[in-house]
Every structure is written in C-alpha cells, then in structure tokens.
Write a protein that binds this ligand. Structure first.
Ligand code: HEC
Length: 429
C-alpha cells in the first residue's frame, strides 16, 4: 500500500538517524515515554491497538511502544496513523483522530533520543476499554439469528445480514451503536434499511449454509435509508435535539459487514443497539448525496477529475458527511458557497483509502441557507502508480457496484429547518 511503502522509506532514514550520535537541539528537553509519549499513544492509538481489536498489535505498555518505535515514528509522520482522512480541519468533527504537528514532532524527537522511558512511576495507567455498550443498555438490540463463519484465508468478504424488525408502526431512532462481534475481522459496517422484502429474498436464495448474502457496494436492493455505520474508532451516533432517524414500519435492517480475514477461522455476530426517541420528533434526519455517475476513467490517467454541484433549495442543517469512492479514488473536496458568496469547507479527503471510510460528523451542524451551492471535486488515479489499482494493465473504468468499478459519492445527513413533524413517538411494540 502506498502509505506503508512511504512509511518504510522514512523508516530507513529514521534508522540512520537513530544510529547517529544522539544530539539534541539546545534548550529542548528530551521527551520521555512517561511524560510525553504515553499520553499520546494511550489517547490516540490504544483504542484500536489493544488486545482483540482490529489493529495488528497492542500499544498499551512501554515495551509495546518501544518495540514498534521506528514504525510508529514513520507512520505518524506520514499521517498514515491514526487513520483519519479529512485534512486541514482540526476541531471540526467529533471523534476526530488526528495528531497535532507538535505531537508528531515529539514522537520523532523521542525516537531520535533512543526512546527514553523517563520516570517509570509516573507512567500513566493504560486506558481500560469498556466491554459493554457505550450508549448504555439499548432499548433494542438487532442481531442476525446466528453467527457467521469467516474463513481463515482468501479475499475480503462483504456479507449482508437481514434482520426483520416487525414493527407495525414507524419508529424514530435517537441513538445507534454498532458493535462488531469480532473486531479482529470486522473491517467496517453499514446499516441499510429495506422496506421491499428484497434483501430477505436475496438471503433466502443464498445456499452456502451461512446467514445473509454477499454483496459489494450497496446492499443490492433499493435502500429506504440507513442507520449509520461503523469503522474502528466509531462512537455511538446520537441525533440532535428534536431530530430522529426514521425506522419505517415493517423495515428490515440490512447490516453489511466488510470482513478482512486474519489467517484463522473466526466467527462473528455483529449487533446494532438502538434507543428510540422519547420526545416528539420535529425533524427527520434525511440523506442525500452529491454524486457524479458519469465516470469514464481512461487507463493511464493519473489525475482524472470530475466536478458536480448541488444547489440547496431550502434552509438546512448539515449533520454529517460520508465520502465514498472505490479503489481508483484519490481525493475528494466538498465546499459550500453560501448565498452571500462565502465559501465554507465541508470535507477535504487528501489521500483516499477505501479501507478507511466512515461518517464525518460535525461538532456544530453546518447551517446552509437556501441558495447555498455544494461543490464536489473528486480525482482518480488509473495508473499503476496507484497501488490499489485492481487492473494490471489499467483499463477503462466506469460507475458500478463491483470493487473494480468506481463510484463518486458524498452522502449528506441533514435536516430541513422548516420541517415540523410533531411526530408522536412510541417505544411499545
Ligand atoms: C481507528 C483504529 C486505529 C487507530 C486509532 C490507530 N491505528 Fe494503527 N493500525 C490500525 C490498523 C487496522 C492497522 C493495520 C492495517 C493498516 O496498516 O492499515 C494499523 C497499523 C499500524 C502500524 C503498522 C503499519 C505498518 O506499516 O505495518 C503502526 C506502526 C501503527 N498502526 C501505529 C499507530 C499509532 C502510533 C497510532 C496512534 C498515533 C495508531 N496506530 C492509531 C488501526 C488503528
């Protein structure tokens, strides 16, 4: 992978520096593990890098961190870790995984200094990780009726599990938490809603002895909405005051899980915890998308660029965005031009990686008045300098659902200011 390769390059340079005589800039204190490095690693890395989680090794002690020090310096300098694809926007999103330049520099200086431990007794305790639901006990837990078996080896699998809800009235969802059963193999999850019954038919027509059906891209049926998604590091998603996600009566959840095999046979039972709204709902969380379906990406083009605009006809609040491309995608930038001409950044993905995608939820919802225009620019690299290119030699790639096809989408979760549903809520069956 591109970033790992560049990581290895800087690793060699680092190794050379570490072997050189240790000198420090005058007046700069030597960083130590106990004082400087442990707080960074425990706060920003250990969440994924602990036993049983998706990351390949733990970073929960001095020994762990020291053992990987060279690679840590390399992958933090290139910003490959922590995985977080939005650039130049510190402080805009919740659950943001980004190191500051000062933190990156501290790690570099610590490794150059030979990874001093500092005052052993002052090392902070490693974080403890809740094994229960982060949202508290959910009103309802949706799960497939049996576990899914993940083979030891082979390509990645996209499995869609169909979970009927059987409610006879519409429900309004306040909070969703998605809990992968087996974080060693669950790479990411998207929860779709199906009101057509077609997803259940696809599962019934699958005869491989396992629950659900295989489908890459979307769920393979026209989705009636989504209840969000999960990638490592995702926290429960809670709607703002007066807002709900609609769970239409009779809908089935279609839980699409991307499995990444880990060399051992594994099982998984991914669950979705839901709290319903208890106060009347005024506004529905809606989904729209900026899309460019006319993709026509010629082989050999390292910088195929597309633009699209989306005028906003009414006052809205933008809650969260979810950029989506496949393997040729390289960058995606979305901005909003307000009626007064002000241009506001929405999302800027500088170095797309299909393996790290998810919702970017604003700390403060973006107010977009009627007359705002959203602009999206996306670039694609269809040459072999793109290490993810699925075609060797590269070939013409167009829009489609397969991994080897492409997409150009930015999903938008938003509410319409003028909506006043005053929808009654019920938590009864
Ligand atoms: C959101 C989850 C997550 C967070 C947070 C995270 N990592 Fe990782 N890390 C992973 C996963 C998954 C892999 C293995 C796959 C990959 O390399 O992309 C990985 C791989 C690595 C590797 C090996 C890379 C290589 O080239 O082999 C290093 C080193 C690393 N992480 C260090 C860190 C450090 C340091 C931090 C904090 C500053 C951090 N990670 C934060 C999930 C995470």
């Amino acid at each position: 992978m591109r970033d790992i390769r560049s990581g290895v390059g800087s690793l060699l340079i680092l190794a050379a520096m570490v072997c050189a005589p240790r000198a420090h800039a005058a007046g700069t204190a030597v960083p130590t593990f106990s004082h400087d490095i442990a707080p960074i690693i425990y706060n920003h890395c250990a969440g994924c890098h602990h036993q049983g989680q998706v990351a390949p090794f733990a970073l929960t002690s001095y020994q762990d961190v020291q053992q990987h020090a060279g690679t840590i310096a390399a992958v933090t300098a290139t910003r490959y870790m922590p995985p977080w694809k939005a650039i130049h926007e510190k402080g805009r999103f919740i659950d943001e995984r980004r190191l500051t330049q000062a933190q990156i520099d501290l790690i570099q200086r610590w490794v150059k200094a030979g990874e001093p431990i500092g005052n052993k007794r002052a090392i902070p305790a490693p974080p403890s990780f809740a094994s229960g639901w982060l949202m508290g006990k959910p009103d309802v837990i949706f799960k497939p009726d049996r576990v899914y078996h993940v083979a030891a080896a082979g390509g990645d699998v996209y499995r869609c599990f169909v979970i009927p809800t059987n409610y006879s009235t519409d429900r309004w969802v306040k909070t969703v938490e998605i809990r992968p059963g087996n974080p060693r193999v669950v790479h990411h999850v998207i929860v779709y809603l199906d009101t057509t019954g077609k997803a259940a038919q696809l599962a019934a027509a699958t005869h491989d002895g396992e629950p659900g059906y295989i489908h890459f891209g979307g769920p393979g049926v026209p989705a009636a909405g989504s209840l969000g998604g999960w990638a490592p590091g995702t926290m429960p998603m809670t709607m703002p005051h007066g807002v709900g996600m609609l769970l239409p009566k009779g809908a089935a959840l279609v839980v699409q899980v991307h499995y990444h095999k880990d060399g051992k046979p594994e099982t998984d039972l991914t669950r979705v915890g839901v709290d319903f709204c208890t106060k009347p709902v005024e506004r529905k969380m809606k989904i729209a998308a900026l899309a460019y379906p006319g993709l026509y990406i010629p082989p050999g083009d390292a910088n195929y660029t597309v633009h699209t605009d989306l005028p906003i006809p009414t006052n809205v609040h933008l809650f969260s965005v979810f950029p989506h491309m496949h393997l040729l995608g390289h960058t995606m930038v979305v901005t909003a031009t307000l009626p007064d001409g002000t241009v506001k950044p929405v999302i800027d993905i500088g170095n797309w990686n299909f393996n790290w995608q998810g919702f970017y939820t604003f700390k403060h919802e973006m107010e977009l008045p009627a007359g705002t225009v959203l602009h999206m620019t996306a670039t694609y690299n269809n040459t072999l300098s793109n290490p993810f290119n699925p075609n060797d030699p590269p070939k013409l790639v167009r829009w489609g659902e397969q991994t080897t096809d492409e997409m150009c989408l930015c999903f938008l979760l938003y509410t319409v200011d003028a909506q006043h549903l005053n929808a009654n809520v019920t938590t009864k069956q």
